[in-house]
Design a protein around this ligand. Structure first.
Ligand SMILES: [Zn+2]
Length: 110
């Protein structure tokens, strides 16, 4: 099952969105899996959840190889859709565990 939400040139395929306990994804806020499933932490403020959802939605239609470029594009897309959520997400991202998480992803290159 999938849904085309009309992004030009590519199809966004979303199988399922689940809101999951903090422990499952921490320190990440959300996750997009290659099978089309999206998970978002249910402990986050509503507007952050919305931002994270837009961010993960963007990943569903993105075929870029470079993960940093994928993250930049997904954040820009989500920011345009939900600027307040973006600002709050940014503020929440300055948590040491989040910064460590980004650092380890940078080192691993994924
Ligand atoms: Zn992402």
């Amino acid at each position: 099952m999938g849904k085309d939400i009309g992004k030009e040139g590519s199809k966004m395929i979303i199988a399922k969105v689940d809101f999951v306990p903090k422990e499952k994804l921490y320190p990440a806020f959300g996750m997009y899996y290659n099978d089309g499933n999206i998970e978002v932490r249910d402990d986050l403020p509503k507007i952050v959840k919305l931002f994270v959802l837009y961010h993960e939605f963007y990943h569903t239609g993105d075929r870029a190889k470079n993960w940093i470029w994928r993250e930049i594009k997904a954040n820009c897309y989500a920011f345009l859709k939900c600027p307040l959520g973006g600002i709050l997400t940014l503020i929440l991202s300055f948590h040491p565990d989040r910064l460590k998480y980004y650092w380890s992803r940078l080192k691993k290159g994924e």
